[in-house]
Design a protein around this ligand. Structure first.
Ligand SMILES: Cc1cc2nc3c(=O)[nH]c(=O)nc-3n(C[C@H](O)[C@H](O)[C@H](O)COP(=O)(O)O)c2cc1C
Length: 372
């Protein structure tokens, strides 16, 4: 059976999950996305290592049609953690090119090439333990008890440039697209949140302005597709709520964003919820814990919606696709087993127990599964 310029095995059409999917500018060979996970495998300066290449080589072999890298810093000041990958300077290009080349070579199959997407971030007020946290407004980050410094307009314009430069660099490295990280309380998430953005200027009057400006700046120089991962809800009093997230998602859809990955929560959310909102315990939350948020956004935008958070079984993925989301995204299950997509039809459900030891150990060393 043919689909655009992609071919796929008719045996696979039994499952929607394994059919190709087309966004405005990307042909994806299936509906499975590897969601971004920080790797902590780069050198101190953010350069690619063989260990990091090996991590992605296995994912590329494993069958996910789309792989999104862990967050990469777009400027030195935007670092979120140690041994994070950098895309802030042309010096990073050589290693990034090697990484992309390896993934594309490994992931290439008879249905078409794998899609490899670079996630871009500025940490803002969630840059602990680094110095000089910055934010749209000076609002205390209560989990670290750190008061960030309010960004000047000049600094905001510089950050817009830095995101655009990083996106163009990603294109030069061979990535198929970039994804802006506007979820989980990092800087772009801080801008769209009424809790962390209390500015009185144009960046506060329209809290999504920075996202529109970044897109405009990228488009002045490049056609690289730009996806976004955004919160549908911050899970803090006074934070972003679903109706406002829908309004912003509509703006992004009109502005030419390629797809929206829907997530929720920031560091401070746990002070109110008493659990990790981003990485919930699936036994308690149930599968696909952001599904109703994704559905609401999908009903209101013209671009594809990617759902992340607690997807574990093929059966649930099948039910979600097309009505709640267009693509399903997984993080912890693919840290546990990067080959899950190629086995899912047989094993049916991931054996990831949401122990979150992968997350707890990330500040101590490279990303791995530590489940007992
Ligand atoms: C170890 C670890 C690192 C993560 N790093 C990132 C990241 O760099 N960028 C991002 O957007 N989300 C990050 N996340 C969140 C995941 O992408 C995903 O949203 C979350 O784990 C829920 O999906 P899951 O239930 O499939 O794991 C990370 C999660 C884990 C467990």
């Amino acid at each position: 059976m043919g689909y655009g310029d992609l071919e796929y095995d008719s045996n696979d059409s039994e499952y929607v999950t394994y059919t190709p999917f087309e966004t405005e500018n990307l042909l994806l060979r299936n509906r499975i996305v590897k969601s971004a996970t920080a790797e902590a495998m780069a050198t101190d300066e953010g350069f690619i290592t063989e260990k990091l290449i090996e991590f992605y080589r296995r994912l590329a072999e494993g069958g996910a049609g789309t792989i999104i890298t862990g967050f990469m810093f777009i400027s030195e000041k935007g670092r979120a953690m140690r041994n994070m990958t950098g895309i802030s300077s042309d010096e990073h290009l050589k290693g990034l090119k090697e990484l992309v080349k390896e993934v594309k070579k490994t992931g290439k199959d008879k249905w078409g090439r794998i899609k490899f997407i670079a996630q871009l971030v500025h940490a803002g007020r969630q840059n602990y333990p680094f110095p000089d946290p910055v934010a749209p407004s000076a609002v205390l980050e209560a989990t670290t008890n750190v008061m960030p410094r309010e960004l000047t307009k000049e600094e905001i314009h510089q950050i817009i440039d830095d995101f655009a430069e990083a996106a163009i660099r990603a294109g030069k490295a061979g990535f198929d697209a970039v994804q802006l990280h506007a979820a989980h309380g990092y800087l772009l998430s801080q801008f769209i949140s009424p809790y962390t953005n209390r500015r009185k200027d144009e960046f506060g009057e329209e809290r999504a302005k920075i996202l529109l400006d970044i897109m405009e700046r990228i488009r002045e120089r490049s056609r690289i597709p730009v996806l976004i991962k955004m919160n549908a809800c911050d899970f803090i009093p006074g934070g972003l709520e679903i109706d406002e997230a829908v309004r912003i998602a509509k703006l992004l859809s009109k502005a030419g964003y390629e797809a929206i990955e829907v997530s929720g929560g920031m560091w401070e959310s746990r002070l109110y919820t008493k659990y990790n909102v981003v990485c919930q315990n699936v036994e308690k939350s149930g599968e696909a814990y952001f599904r109703d948020y994704a559905k609401k956004i999908k009903e209101n935008v013209d671009i594809p919606v990617i759902l992340v958070g607690g997807i574990r079984s093929l059966e649930v993925a099948e039910k979600l696709l097309d009505s709640y989301c267009d693509l399903v995204s997984m993080a912890r299950p693919l840290i546990r087993d990067p080959y899950l997509p190629s086995k899912w039809k047989e094993v049916k459900v991931s054996d990831c127990k949401s122990c979150n030891k992968c997350l707890k150990n990330i500040s101590k060393g490279p990303l791995a599964c530590y489940q007992d």
